[in-house]
Design a protein around this ligand. Structure first.
Ligand code: PEP
Ligand code: MG
Length: 528
């Protein structure tokens, strides 16, 4: 042993990777200003063009949320108002790199201090754009990472991630970063191991690094025995994954043969492209608020999106949830700014407050229902009146479609169980066609620990006896009254939580697609 350096952090995308350290640095310092302001302006204009062309190339090879993000960045870069303060500064004598950085820094500061979570989240995109143009200005993209390298640094831009070749392995180790970032989402989707928030400000020495993104750590300059232990752990992890991959092909059942329906959670119709319908029992939750990106989708756009998922499901059940905008999912033009958005106007509360927007979604759902086994559920239901009102709107829109001779079907209408009032008194909701437990919100509301606040993450546990008792009560209520009960929060895909959920009586889970294999493997190990 001796000189190795161990850093601990948080696993943001699971897996193991071993490879040479590649330092992520910015190359802005290399800029050499041109002779005149006119030439500087020309240089910056060209650099913006180069960065835009690079984004357009990246868009070609991506889909889903990554493509949405790149399109947002391209739209920002194409907006003249972004660069105009930089051009003004260059005319006043500033160098192009400084002028661009200052203009973007001012914009980023504005986004970061916004009360609106949507804009705060978008500041990462602006930082990414800032770096892309600086790279183009200095023609210093830096060397590409060798294949299989561990990219080590403060943070990594999503476009840098997308431009990296991950086909030979490799991983990401960050001293800052967050598991809720765009890059973390991309890393999970591509299976690239990633650790964030590493506890040390050391500059990683060149040489081999061992990245353990199962437990959250990295070893720099490992000794021979550390290398050996790491390889054993990595092999054990791969073996567990193989078992899981094996399990994914079969319907899930417990060790004693009890069938557990295992469905997937999706947010965008393109999410299903990577999922083989034969590996799951349908869609347990389609979160539609993500369709409400930067503009509100019209009825036709929504109808096509819902129909695409029903067509893919080929007769298996698909549960689509009406928009759960608000909380940590702001939608420009729909959600309102609030001091405490998790306890505010979100989900069904907002839909009922904006019937103009809700009715469009209802019509699209009624029409799509003719194309498969559609069920519709309402998020954030707290009192029975909300369910009754939402059902009445469905009935009104169905009557209007009838009168207009438009093909439609009334789907079963159910509710999410994520507000404690419903879990405590489920008998008030006996009219609902089905119940789906949203353990993410139920846990945060029962434990008074925000789901997006790492400082209270230790309290935010679905396995807390108080949360489990409510889940069990809802499962029992459903069984006694013949009302189907499922669970669609992230806990359903967490191998550590699955035994407790099955013991609580659940037999129907809906999980993130990336968790499907591990969830099925975990189910097969439980005796209930
Ligand atoms: C939940 O709260 O568990 C849930 C599935 O809904 P969302 O995560 O979209 O709030
Ligand atoms: Mg929820």
């Amino acid at each position: 042993m001796g000189s190795s350096i161990r850093l601990t952090g948080t696993a943001a995308s699971p897996g193991y990777a071993e490879g040479p350290v590649f330092r992520l640095t910015s190359h802005a310092a290399a800029y050499r200003p041109r002779a005149t302001p006119d030439e500087e302006i020309e240089g910056l204009t060209e650099a913006i063009g180069t960065a835009s062309a690079h984004l357009a190339d990246l868009i070609d090879g991506t889909s889903g949320e990554a493509a949405d993000m790149l399109e947002f960045q391209l739209a920002m870069l194409s907006d003249d108002s972004l660069a105009s303060p930089a051009f003004v500064a260059i005319r006043a004598g500033a160098a192009a790199d400084r002028a661009w950085s200052d203009a973007l820094d001012a914009e980023i500061a504005g986004y970061e201090s916004s009360d609106d979570a949507y804009f705060r989240a978008r500041s990462a995109d602006l930082k990414d754009i800032r770096q892309q143009v600086l790279d183009a200005l200095t023609a210093a993209h830096g060397p590409a990472a060798p294949s299989g390298a561990i990219l080590f640094g403060e943070d990594i831009a999503p476009t840098r991630f997308l431009a990296t070749d991950w086909s030979k392995g490799g991983g990401i180790a960050l001293t800052m970063g967050s598991s809720a970032s765009h890059v973390a989402m991309l890393a999970r989707a591509r299976g690239v191991p990633m650790v964030v928030g590493l506890t040390s400000a050391v500059t990683a020495p060149a040489g081999v690094a061992l990245l353990d993104a199962e437990h959250g750590g990295v070893v720099l300059e490992p000794a021979a025995d550390e290398m050996e232990a790491f390889r054993r752990a990595a092999e054990a992890y791969r073996a567990r994954r193989r078992v899981a991959e094996d399990a994914v092909a079969r319907p899930a059942s417990s060790a004693n043969g009890i069938r557990v329906r295992t469905m997937v959670n999706i947010a965008h119709p393109s999410d299903v492209e990577r999922i083989d319908i034969a590996t799951c029992d349908g869609v347990g939750l389609m979160r539609t608020e993500f369709l409400f990106g930067t503009t509100l989708p019209d009825e036709e756009t929504q109808y096509r999106a819902y129909r695409a998922v029903l067509d893919w499901a080929a007769g298996r059940p698909v549960t689509i949830r009406t928009a759960d905008a608000g909380g940590d999912k702001p939608v420009p033009g729909l959600t309102v700014e609030e001091g405490n958005p998790f306890l505010g106007l979100r989900g069904i509360r907002l839909s009922l407050a904006r019937p103009d927007i809700f009715r469009l979604q209802i019509r699209a759902l009624l029409r799509a229902a003719t194309h498969g086994d559609l069920k519709v559920m309402f998020p954030m239901i707290a009192v029975p009146e909300e369910y009754t009102q939402a059902c009445a709107l469905f009935a009104e829109e169905a009557a209007a479609l009838d009168a207009a001779g438009v093909a439609h079907r009334m789907p079963p209408l159910g509710i999410m169980v994520e507000v404690p009032s419903v879990a405590i008194a489920p008998e008030l909701f006996a009219d609902a066609a089905f119940l789906s437990i949203g353990s993410n919100d139920l846990t945060q509301y029962v434990m008074a620990a925000a789901r997006d606040n790492t400082a209270v993450a230790a309290l935010n546990r679905v396995t807390n006896p108080a949360v489990l008792r409510l889940i069990e009560a809802v499962a029992t209520f459903g069984r006694d009254n013949r009302i189907p009960v499922s669970l669609c929060g992230d806990a359903g895909g967490d191998p550590a939580a699955i035994p407790a959920l099955l013991q609580a009586g659940l037999r129907d889970l809906s999980v993130a697609p990336a968790q499907l294999a591990l969830a099925k493997a975990a189910i097969s190990g439980v005796t209930v």
